[in-house]
Design a protein around this ligand. Structure first.
Ligand SMILES: Cc1cc2nc3c(=O)[nH]c(=O)nc-3n(C[C@H](O)[C@H](O)[C@H](O)COP(=O)(O)OP(=O)(O)OC[C@H]3O[C@@H](n4cnc5c(N)ncnc54)[C@H](O)[C@@H]3O)c2cc1C
Length: 439
């Protein structure tokens, strides 16, 4: 009898909903741990804010690590640094620990833009970002993603799903760094996107013994002929070697994954499946070539790099004219710098360089979703038209908008003022005190 009673009591305890057990609160909730999310969380943590960073996967870095795009840029314009701060410092430390070197930034306009990107060791950067965030007291929560948001008087109640657990985070301010503004969307913001997306790229490496550079013209022609036949019979597909088979033999990542889309889990899955199948096709094809018989797949990035998904509709949409003219607003809080860089399925990419001396800026109003309070967006999905976004989406600008969002959120929490009513001189001071460069 006593045993049955104890069993009943235990069952009731186990199955009772445990209110409060899975709750947490913070001043600033950053969702997404890519370039923008790392930057936002690190800046806010350094400034003494109480920060939680929620990341849906198992690692920091976003496209820098998971997409294998480990060459962030650009931090310098026309020979002068325009983006700095704790994440820039972290990138420099990462280069140093890897015995790498920084580009010669003083070359300015005489260098091609990709020569001024910083080559980093992606996995090392992910570890160093984790270390830096933990040192500042940021609580990192992997395998977790918001499923709904509810507005409260003091901020947002964010419900998350985390491997079978439902949790609630009470946050004063939320910074959406998901790359697709999905948290802003859950909160009711509008988003925009194109009907067709730019092609993505799957970064992988196949090691083989084909001495591409030393091949005779006849040998090269033989490979190209085989490649064309493979395209015809469907062994390979267009995009598998977007810049031609010879370029792909030198660098496996010279591919396009057409229609790459990361805006929903279903589309992300489909994009990854197609990118990975393309790598398999290439491996099998290379193994039919002289010198390729023992080719091996030696490396691949966890995800296909996706260039565009959704952008939020903010209080203001940055246009390509704003971007290319280097327009300044009274709430321009950071710079961005990169050519207009739209990838097109048929023609690839033909970057349109900015005019000498032009440095675009990002206004805070493009980081506040129209109609929402206490929530900011940073990174690739800020409010911008497609062409402006093709320049703004690079990691330097994502890092800059991440720390801007952090500074605005900090001032908003400390002064209990809405984001649209902040004293911008105070926000600018928080930014410069934290090492950022303000226009
Ligand atoms: C092929 C390719 C080449 C590129 N070349 C360059 C280059 O040369 N130089 C350069 O600087 N940039 C380049 N870019 C652009 C740049 O890499 C990205 O635009 C940038 O990294 C985006 O950063 P982000 O922080 O906005 O988003 P992401 O890096 O996409 O990070 C978003 C993070 O949020 C997480 N997340 C998403 N949804 C949720 C959710 N609901 N809950 C929790 N977590 C979530 C994701 O897992 C991810 O970690 C390139 C991009 C591609 C695809």
């Amino acid at each position: 009898m006593r045993k049955t009673f104890l069993f009943l009591l235990l069952s009731i305890f186990l199955f009772l909903p445990r209110a409060g057990a899975d709750e947490a609160s913070c001043e600033i909730l950053v969702v997404g741990g890519g370039s923008a999310g790392i930057s936002a969380a690190l800046f806010a943590g350094n400034a003494g804010a109480d920060v939680i960073l929620v990341e849906a996967t198992h690692v920091l870095g976003g496209n820098t690590t998971s997409g294998g795009v480990a060459f962030p840029g650009l931090f310098h314009a026309w020979g002068k640094q325009v983006i700095a701060g704790p994440t820039w410092d972290l990138i420099c430390e990462c280069v140093k620990l890897n015995d790498g070197t920084l580009p010669d930034f003083s070359r300015g306009g005489s260098a091609r833009h990709w020569e001024l990107q910083v080559k980093i060791n992606g996995p090392l950067f992910a570890l160093m970002a984790e270390e830096a965030l933990q040192k500042t007291g940021v609580k990192i929560r992997y395998y977790e993603a918001p499923s709904s948001l509810k507005k409260t008087a003091s901020g947002w109640d964010v419900t998350t799903a985390a491997m079978g657990e439902i949790r609630t985070i009470h946050a004063r301010r939320v910074i959406d760094c998901t790359g697709s503004a999905s948290v802003a969307s859950l909160a009711g913001a509008q988003r925009m996107r194109e009907e067709t997306t730019q092609p993505g790229t799957f970064n992988y490496r196949i090691r083989h013994e084909i001495p591409v550079q030393k091949l005779t013209p006849e040998q090269k022609a033989g490979i190209v002929k085989k490649y064309e036949a493979a395209l015809k019979d469907g062994t390979l597909q267009p995009g598998d070697a977007r810049w031609g088979i010879l370029a792909s033999l030198e660098d496996s990542s010279r591919n396009y994954v057409y229609g790459a889309d990361g805006s929903t889990a279903e589309k992300r899955t489909e994009t990854n499946l197609r990118g990975r199948q393309a790598a398999l096709r290439m491996l099998r094809f290379i193994r039919t070539l002289p010198g390729g018989e023992t080719a091996k797949l030696v490396e691949f990035s966890p995800e296909v790099g996706v260039r565009e998904t959704f952008r939020v509709v903010g209080d203001y949409v940055i246009t390509v004219d704003d971007y290319t003219s280097g327009k300044r607003w009274d709430d321009s809080l950071c710079f961005a710098f990169y050519p207009v860089d739209l990838h097109v399925n048929e023609t690839g990419v033909q970057p349109k360089q900015l005019e000498e001396g032009t440095v675009p800026t990002i206004p805070l109003r493009a980081q506040i979703p129209a109609g929402l309070d206490d929530l900011l967006v940073a990174g690739r999905c800020i409010s911008s038209d497609r062409l402006a976004n093709s320049g703004l989406r690079v990691q330097g600008a994502c890092i800059a908008s991440g720390q801007t969002a952090a500074a605005a959120a900090i001032v908003s929490v400390r002064t209990s003022k809405p984001l649209r009513e902040l004293d911008l001189t105070v926000v600018k001071k928080v930014l410069t005190d934290g090492g950022a460069i303000v226009p």
